[in-house]
Design a protein around this ligand. Structure first.
Ligand code: WQD
Length: 338
């Protein structure tokens, strides 16, 4: 298929584009490099031995989008592009609403202009907010607690309305839990701008010596060991879920929300233990106060992903840690060339 991938050079986008190229899809990447690097694009080409097309642009730029869609005429869209920091979204909410919601409206308009009727959207388990029950299934009430989470909720709703408003339209909303890890080659990986907000990149930067000590945000939660429990998913498993969603969308109409996780929770202390076993490196940490907005436990019901997509996670926490460490060890400064 001809797939236009917005945000295709970012962390999850780059791993997905690599798998799409290896599956012989024709790809156009639309990315503004705001949270990614041209070096990552070079590495995608090297690993795939393919020359995917690329247009540098922002999803709020309706002219750039329209030109890209009229030029490439995709069969389907995978939409990753957007702002994704929970903390930052509370500081600059209008930027998040304009980019994440306004940008998606522009993408759907450009799709309609060329009769493209298939979309896979990068949503997030953040839409659920505090658990009423666990594991989270797709019917769990959505009550996001941050502007970022609310943009994901509103985009899910606008995509659903778009699907219903036209004939033969399909949308798959993938609700990611906690993506971690890197491509087996250790040539692609996670390279956050500035000090990492998320646990795994913080751990890998402590392990490689870029950061001195991990702060564990609270050890008095109602969990096995008092630290926060999350459903971590290997980025390679997450990427393959997008290919499965594309196949599903190609032969179904309507809008489906689907959780993408392993179905198992791992606490912060368990993650540290797994990482030390996988890397052979000791992780210095200290316990500090809870982080605003954090929930105690979050993990997915993954029955629908298997039933609808025939997909389930292959990798466990050890492989996630091993791949994350191999990436960081080989790329101590991420994609920045020394
Ligand atoms: C995981 C656990 C922290 C950092 C976020 C976004 C979510 C999604 C994934 C986009 C928690 C603890 C973390 C640290 C710590 N992103 N932690 N010290 O918060 O579950 O989800 O990333 O869609 O939208 O909310 O992930 O990795 O930040 O935290 O103790 O330095 O690690 O308290 O228990 P989170 P995380």
């Amino acid at each position: 298929m001809r797939i236009l991938v917005t945000g295709g050079v970012g962390y999850i986008g780059s791993h997905t584009v690599l798998q799409l190229l290896r599956a012989d899809h024709e790809i156009l990447v639309f990315d503004n490099y705001s949270n990614s690097s041209p070096e990552a694009m070079r590495r995608i080409k090297h690993l795939s031995q393919r020359e995917p097309e690329m247009i540098i642009g922002d999803i709020q730029d309706s002219v750039a989008l329209s030109n890209a869609f009229r030029y490439f005429r995709p069969d389907a869209v995978i939409h990753f592009a957007g702002l994704k920091s929970v903390g930052e979204s509370s500081i600059v909410p209008l930027r998040y609403y304009a980019e994440n919601i306004g940008g998606t409206v522009e993408i759907l308009r450009a799709m309609d202009d060329v009769q493209c009727r298939r979309i896979v959207f990068s949503s997030s388990a953040t839409v659920y907010g505090v658990a009423r029950y666990l594991p989270f299934d797709e019917g769990h009430p959505r009550n996001p607690e941050s502007p970022y989470g609310r943009t994901k909720y509103f985009v899910e709703e606008l995509i659903k309305d778009w699907t219903v408003a036209g004939l033969d339209r399909s949308a798959v909303l993938l609700r990611y839990f906690n993506p971690v890890g890197a491509d087996a080659s250790a040539i692609l990986g996670e390279d956050p701008n500035g000090p990492p907000n998320n646990l795994m990149p913080y751990i890998t930067q402590v392990a490689v010596g870029r950061l001195a000590c991990l702060s564990i945000f609270g050890d008095n939660y109602e969990t096995r060991d008092g630290t926060g429990e999350r459903d971590y998913i290997h980025v390679e498993d997450l990427a393959s879920a997008h290919l499965a969603a594309l196949e599903f969308g190609a032969c179904h109409v309507g809008c489906e929300a689907i959780n993408i996780g392993t179905g198992h929770g791992v606490t912060v202390l368990e993650m540290i233990e797994a990482f030390e076993a996988a890397s052979g490196r000791k992780i210095r940490f200290k316990i500090v106060g809870r982080r605003d907005g954090d929930v105690a436990r979050s993990f997915a019901s993954v029955e629908k992903a298997y039933k609808k997509l025939g997909w389930k996670a292959r990798y466990g926490i050890y492989e996630m840690c091993r791949s994350a460490w191999n990436w960081q060890l080989r790329n101590p400064d991420g994609y920045r060339q020394l």
